[in-house]
Design a protein around this ligand. Structure first.
Ligand code: FAD
Ligand code: HEM
Length: 394
């Protein structure tokens, strides 16, 4: 809990710190990578730094955390902390790096705020930083303790490579050593560590697809402007890569889904990946739940893993698949239109796809009477959205 001494200082300075964060963040990262270039080799994404969204997500989350604990003195924003902790553990982040971020972030804050950064202000924000850091460290330790092994990543050999949909590659890996594998929950992801063209080790996250227990299977959409998907596309059977243990808290029966009401799964494009994992789990459980899968793609050919999705839905006792395809070859033409679906207000909903698709679908669902708390989503990038929602909600 924030001390009574720091509370008024944080209250008074949060607006200015929030306003200055876009300027502070680049300086913080510049200082950190100048001193610790090794952090870019196997931990941070080089593209995220160039693009800027992920650094801003990290810095902004501290201001958002501060705002949250000011308004809710007895609580922490659990969903935000959980999302971040899962991402950190998938990257193998250890407790002893927290002083690194602290040092360079606070040097950058002091440099930017100048005289306004009095010792009292610095002390109050340090308290916020360590409250958040300690909360994350505690969750991260708990997540590491649940793994079947004590390594951050292990070597896996590519045993099958298939192309599907529009520029998507379906890759299946098996262990290349005797490290025990943690069983993944449907909806979880792994970090895949491969070398960039210049040899730098770069992690990227991929949602796990249904597979045999001794396998890790992912489907990767080529990003023509991205750095690593080109490299993943070039992988050949027999190649060995490093893969983390499975992490991620968007699972069935997680936040907002008590497993009782109807389940609606909305995906667009490569957003099919968590939905396939959910469907496979429901089939394995012989679930009698009403499950409605709504998918949007430009055409049947562009729809990744379409046949597998159709087959899984067909195996469910009460499953239904509805498609919105741009070329008119689906159940409906064009983008997802929630008004055509009659979604009941007790539905549990999962969304995955481009941010615009998820925002539009979520707004339409809320307008149609589905409470926001019942709508979960997986963002294939830094989660600026949940962070902002958390801030707005208070
Ligand atoms: P990156 O190099 O990371 O680039 C991404 C974007 O950054 C580019 O499109 C471009 O806009 C910008 N960028 C890159 N370089 C620069 C530069 N020099 N200057 C400015 N901007 C730049 N993807 C899947 O395909 N399947 C999945 O199942 C999947 N699951 C995911 C699950 C989670 C939890 C998360 C967080 C992500 C998931 N992703 C998934 C996304 C995946 O992790 C990668 O982000 C994606 O594959 C792009 O990787 P990349 O290296 O090709 O692109
Ligand atoms: C990602 C917050 C400490 C490394 C993130 C994200 C947030 C965040 C909000 C984005 C999560 C998402 O994808 O949605 C924090 C906070 C910290 C902290 C509040 C301290 C209190 C650290 C430390 C390190 C670290 C100590 C390592 C030195 C990373 C990396 C990513 C990340 C590598 C992914 C970014 C990328 O892909 O480039 N963090 N973090 N974080 N964090 Fe942290």
């Amino acid at each position: 809990m924030l001390s009574e001494k720091s509370r008024p200082i944080i209250e008074a300075t949060a607006p200015v710190v929030a306003e200055r964060m876009p300027h502070i963040t680049p300086e913080f990262y510049k200082r950190m990578f100048a001193a610790r270039p090794d952090l870019m080799d196997g931990m941070f994404s080089r593209s995220s730094q160039l693009e800027g969204t992920q650094p801003q997500a990290l810095s902004n989350s501290i201001v958002i955390f501060a705002t949250y604990i000011l308004n809710n003195p007895d609580k922490y924003p659990d969903e935000v902390l959980s999302r971040v902790a899962h991402k950190h553990t998938s990257l193998g982040l250890l407790e002893d790096e927290y002083p690194t971020v602290y040092k360079y972030l606070f040097e950058a804050i002091a440099a930017d705020l100048g005289d306004a950064c009095t010792p009292e202000v610095a002390e109050a924000w340090s308290e916020v930083y360590w409250l958040m850091a300690n909360a994350l460290i505690k969750i991260e330790k708990g997540l590491y303790a649940q793994q079947a092994n004590d390594v951050m990543r292990a070597p896996f050999k590519l045993v099958s490579r298939k192309e599907t949909g529009d520029q998507v590659v379906d890759l299946t890996f098996e262990p290349a050593d005797d490290t025990a594998m943690t069983e993944a929950k449907a909806g979880q992801y792994i970090s895949l560590f491969t070398q960039a063209e210049d040899g730098l080790l770069q992690p990227r996250q991929y949602t796990l697809l249904p597979s045999e227990k001794n396998q890790r299977r992912v489907a990767i959409k080529l990003d023509p402007n991205g750095e690593m998907t080109k490299r993943h596309f070039a992988l050949q059977e027999g190649d060995v890569v490093d893969i983390s243990n499975p992490y991620g808290d968007i699972t069935l029966g997680g936040f907002g889904d008590d497993g009782s009401g109807p389940l609606y799964l909305f995906s667009a494009g490569i957003g099919v990946t968590p939905m396939l994992a959910f469907l496979s789990e429901l089939v394995d459980q012989n679930s009698q739940r009403e499950v409605v899968v709504v998918h949007s793609s430009s055409s049947k050919d562009a729809w990744p893993l379409r046949e597998e999705m159709e087959e899984l839905v067909g195996k469910l006792a009460n499953g239904k698949l509805i498609s919105f395809l741009g070329d008119g070859s689906g159940d409906f033409e064009g983008r997802v239109d929630v008004s055509k679906l009659d979604v009941p207000s007790d539905a549990s909903v999962y969304l995955c796809g481009p941010l615009g698709f998820m925002k539009d679908t979520r707004s339409a669902l809320v307008d149609a009477g589905v409470p926001g708390v019942q709508i979960q989503y997986e963002i294939f990038g830094p989660d600026q959205w949940m962070l902002r929602d958390t801030a707005r909600a208070e």
